[in-house]
Design a protein around this ligand. Structure first.
Ligand code: ADP
Length: 481
């Protein structure tokens, strides 16, 4: 499938039919076909966007919150109305199965609706004074111009969960989407325009010059807040760049999520949870199960059942309704997954299903796989897989399971499966992670705080916390009363 007239109507003038010296191409990972070309922005466009966002902030930031909320609600309705077109655009540029991308549109839209509502409750406080003749008050104010950089794995929701709270709070935004998935971002911005978002409030910088544009977004003094979702190495670099102007920051970085399956787990619940957590988006999410730690007593039964479920997953072009797993994003991703699996098998791990690419489908279709006998010395134990490979490790008891789970510099999401309520609490408290799913393989929602500890990031997205990231608390002290 190529881009339809309906898709092109959403993408507007920024996409070009023919390449020119100043454009880059967007390809479909399922078949390598070029979908379109996009103007390749650089420093000039970025600086102009920041200036325009700064100019627009005065008016947008001072509008009554209900005015901003009403526009966001219209945006939400338009996103839902265009679910099928948006889902197809995501599948075409990212590869993911269409039945999942429809869900991503709904999930992404959920942030817009939720922050339209929550922005209305951005209350301050009155604080009892500790001396006579004073009145102490706090108010919430938008931080100002926000710059954001987003990845390709959730090309709709990674944008809305930054942009919706920022706009609701009264900030203006300059956003650089991934060069792999600029079309979803352009379509979202067009729908925001149709919803009545004033000119200058939201800018999309499509570019392959990530470092050049990133340097400006993280150092320009007019930008007051920087929000990033992506890999830990890039996040560390951008964090350092933000230091020169002490920007308020949010970083949502890599993970190495453990799934603890205890002997007392409900086997069906544990397998279903691990499947969801592992194979969603072909394993390309930062909360995907990276190490499935299974207690010795249940190990064989769990491995057999997981293998059977993985074998039943349909690997095919994401546009087909029956597809469960589409292609990986690019050759680099396939090479990394392949190298991790080869390293593990060379050191003694065994594949119970899958392994390698299904060449008949194309070079990016990595087979859903399960590895048993994974140990600490293998790369796959320590590195983020970002592909459809389940890596199984055996442990003896609760203490060893927790120790293995925490044995990583990352701390985004963790999961545990047990029917024992006391154990669920104990383990939930002991895991050094920002989020813990207890008998739950999919936790992400707009109503709860998403984010990591350790080298997985700073700050939270979604929920009340996600709005606070875009506001400053100002303290007003009235004296001489
Ligand atoms: P991923 O492995 O998910 O592609 P990256 O961290 O490489 O993770 O990319 C996430 C986002 O960061 C993308 O939008 C990408 O263009 C951007 N990016 C990559 N390198 C840099 C950089 N040096 N400066 C700014 N942005 C960058």
């Amino acid at each position: 499938m190529s881009l339809t007239a309906a898709h092109k109507a959403l993408l507007g003038k920024r996409i070009l039919t023919n390449a020119n010296h100043d454009s880059f191409s967007v390809t479909n990972p399922a078949n390598g076909e070029i979908l379109c070309h996009v103007h390749n922005a650089g420093s000039k466009e970025t600086l102009k966007a920041i200036d325009a966002a700064h100019a627009a902030f005065t008016d947008w930031g001072q509008k009554p919150q209900k005015v901003r909320s009403d526009i966001l609600k219209k945006w939400f309705a338009l996103i839902l109305e265009h679910t099928e077109d948006l889902a197809q655009i995501v599948t075409l540029e990212q590869g993911r199965a269409i039945r999942e991308t429809r869900g991503e549109v709904a999930y992404g839209a959920g942030f817009v609706e939720w922050f339209a509502e929550e922005g209305r409750r951005a209350y301050g406080r009155t604080i009892p004074a500790n001396v006579p003749g004073k009145q102490l008050v706090t108010i919430q104010q938008p931080v100002g111009v926000v710059a954001a950089i987003t990845p390709w794995n959730f090309p709709i929701s990674m944008i809305t969960r930054k942009v919706a709270p920022a706009l609701s709070a009264g900030c203006t935004v300059v956003l650089k989407p991934s060069e792999e998935t600029p079309l979803s971002a352009l379509a979202l911005a067009e729908l925001a325009r149709q919803a009545g978002l004033p000119d200058g409030v939201l800018h999309i910088i499509c570019t392959t010059k990530a470092a050049e544009v990133g340097e400006i977004l993280t150092s320009d003094p007019l930008v007051k807040k920087f929000s990033f979702t992506g890999s830990t190495p890039v996040g560390k670099k951008l964090y350092a760049q933000c230091a020169s102007t002490i920007k308020k920051i949010s970083l949502e970085l890599g993970g190495n999520a453990p799934v603890l399956v205890f002997d007392d787990a409900d086997l069906d619940v544990a397998v279903a949870g691990a499947m969801l957590s592992k194979y969603r988006n072909a394993g390309q999410t930062c909360v995907c199960a990276n190490r499935i730690l299974v207690q010795a007593g249940i190990f064989d039964a769990f491995a057999a059942k997981l293998t059977k479920a993985a074998r039943a997953l349909t690997l095919a072009d994401g546009m087909a309704e029956e597809t469960a797993i589409g292609p990986l994003i690019n050759q680099k991703a396939v090479d990394k997954v392949d190298a991790l699996v080869k390293d593990a098998t060379a050191k003694g791990a065994k594949l119970t299903v899958g392994g390698g690419v299904d060449a008949a489908l194309g070079p990016l279709f990595y087979k859903p796989s399960v590895l048993t006998g994974v140990t600490h010395d293998m790369r796959i134990f320590n590195e983020e897989i970002f592909g459809p490979v389940a890596s199984l490790i055996k442990f003896k008891d609760e203490a060893e399971g927790i120790k293995l789970a925490n044995d990583t510099p990352f701390g985004l999401a963790a999961y545990a499966f047990t029917k024992d309520v006391s154990r669920a609490w104990r383990v939930g408290r002991a895991l050094d992670y920002g989020m813990v799913g207890l008998n739950d393989g999919v936790m992400s929602t707009e109503v709860a705080p998403f984010g990591g500890v350790k080298e997985s990031g700073i700050g939270r997205e979604g929920a009340i916390e996600g709005l606070e990231e875009y506001m400053e608390t100002k303290f007003l002290s009235f004296g001489a009363l």
